[in-house]
Design a protein around this ligand. Sequence first.
Ligand SMILES: O=c1ccn([C@@H]2O[C@H](COP(=O)(O)OP(=O)(O)O[C@H]3O[C@H](CO)[C@@H](O)[C@H](O)[C@H]3O)[C@@H](O)[C@H]2O)c(=O)[nH]1
Ligand SMILES: [Mn+2]
Length: 738
Amino acid sequence: MVRDDDHGTLPLFETKPMKGRLAYQLYATSVFVGIILIWVYRYSHFPATGDPTGRWAWLIMSASEFWFGLYWVLSQFVRWNPVFRSTFKERLVVLPGIDVFVCTADTKIEPPIMVINTVLSVLAYDYPPEKINVYLSDDDGGSELMFYALLEASAFAKHWLPFCKKFQVKTTSPGAFFSNVQEPDEGLDDLQFSHDWLVIKKLYNQMQDRVKTATRLGRVSDETRELHKGFNEWNSNSASDDHQAIVQILIDGKNSTSLDIEGQILPKLVYVAREKRPHYSHNFKAGALNTLIRVSSVISNSPIILTIDCDVYSDNSESVKDAMCCFMDEENGNKIAYVQFPDSSHNITEHDMYASCFRVPNELEMGGMDANGGPCYIGSGCFHRRTALCGAQYADKLKPEWITENTRNEQESTGVLQKRCKSLASCTYEKDTQWGKEMGLLYGFPTEDVVTGLAMQSRGWKSVYLNPKKKGFVGIAPVTLLDVLVQHKRWSEGQFSILISKCCPFVFGYQKIPFTLQMSYTLYLLWAANSLPTLAYVTVPQLCILKDIPLFPKVSSLWILPFLYVIISQYIYSLGEFVICGGSVKGWLNEQRMWLFKRTTSYLIAFLDALLGQLGFSKLGFTVTPKVVDEDVLQRYKKEVMEFGNASGMFTGLAFIAILNVVGLFWCLKTLVMDPGKCVLDRLVLQVGLCVVVVWINLPVYEGLFLRKDAGKVPTSVACNSVMLALMACMFVLYSNS
Ligand SMILES: O=c1ccn([C@@H]2O[C@H](COP(=O)(O)OP(=O)(O)O[C@H]3O[C@H](CO)[C@@H](O)[C@H](O)[C@H]3O)[C@@H](O)[C@H]2O)c(=O)[nH]1
Ligand SMILES: [Mn+2]
């Protein structure tokens, strides 16, 4: 650390509160008053007599609104007082070593060429190469494809790293770099750059062709297999769920083969495929990461660990230094367990049709969590303190050791070392140990990340959120509606099962983390629980229109005011918040649609699955999100045309709701025309308004149901089922007694 004689030690990062919070706090208080008035209205206007259907409906509406009110209160905890951090990289003097963990699981939906781009992007960090160690975990270890691709990457790195260094390239994923930076053609200064650019681009293309060809063929040629003895680890019996442990150090960082073309040392690069056997539970990504923690502890044992997914490349070569500023800060660094960067994607379309940007959480809510004790860990783009990740309690007095020793014996040959690592990657190694419980990533949840972050905070550590202008990490967002819904099912199920397990923030974090942080976590852990009230809100009032049962105050009643105030002001606020965070109005509308879609499908299934799981009836799974799709699907995605081309039950649910709301709207118009004396608009105005909003949100669904002809339309079977279900529900309500 820099010693400044006048000021003592200068801080390496600073924290700034968000401006204009008082105005927000006043506004939020007014909304809260509105919410209370709504609750009062529900309670005081309960229809004590009359139609039991009406009473049930009223009860359901009251419960839903009570829930939404409480959820709104929760959402204030991440909005009340967000903070933002910035770093002073130039003040850094000590640079600790770092181990980077990249996980991949399936060569079919996670193409090796994408994975090695991610690996190359971190190899080329603007950081001393002897301090970088990159580990790739291949959970598809039955095939040698990924190993082959990594071998190609290790050769290409010898050209790529000097190039990045020479021209201070920030986007160090070659694929992304060559698609962003077109060949420079002007200016004498650029002569050298143009020349090198062409040379490297050619090398990259050749490598890409070779890797893609092998991927397409699904195997590696015999000549290629001769190139490296590591290929001998695979034999004809290897299957992705049945193979021995494989550890191959591709770049050792010690000998003459670990130099780049300019004679500079290269970072270490290690391929790891943990042992897999049928009938053993492998604990998905959490298990993969724990294996890497152990293997890396023998080879490099760096004090800092970065975890990223195979599609998430580094887009800012300075992120390591940014993160180190937090850890190394004299005053506050000591208590930080992890530094989380936001999740962003490079394939988002203009208006973000599937709301994959997480705009408001990234730009605002994570800062709110940071103020409350630290952001949650979201799996990718997160730097950890090794000891904290391995289960250490935070201890005030303990000074961290930045220069750590690994257990590697200098005389030990690579072969012997690899063998030692293999035993750490075996199926049985974790038996009767604390791995997955007290040590490393926690097992038993589809969102191992969130629960592990919470565990670290509950051991007394803090975390920090860094969101510099130039994004640190960029991944791939799913490009079909079903993939998005399935991903959200995994997340919301994982989150909800944390809440109903012993890892709940109120139990796990009891007296360990601040109350405000417990509440912030709860906001996300309760995603799934939003499904029931939302489902009620888009079905019950609609069905009640058919029976002419009013569920909201009349236009002529003063009680309508709190409803209007809360609804309108919250919509305007949410739009404003979204736009300030960098979104468009259409993007916001898309977000509202996805919000409805997720709550009525993914979250509902997740809610039920999590409960069943808690009771021991359902087994844990992890559906890996596809990172590649067919060309015509991709074209539709680029044109922002929704993809329904799958006979999924989730789509039946969506279409059912869409149709029900149209029926409600028509019924109301029918009464208006045929029975003007009934004053439907006065009595049912909010209900009708609700139908209008839901219908409007669902316009793409009707299009997919009735108008489109392409392969992405709603399949006929889904359309028939949903229409039938909706009509049945209406009939049932219309012709039931009372
Ligand atoms: O058995 C498995 C399954 C997955 N993965 C890897 O885990 C990562 C995340 O999987 P993905 O399908 O891309 O899930 P996402 O929904 O995109 O991932 C988010 O959510 C996960 C938790 O649900 C976190 O682990 C991730 O970091 C976070 O980006 C990928 O690199 C996979 O290769 C494995 O290594 N082994
Ligand atoms: Mn992903």
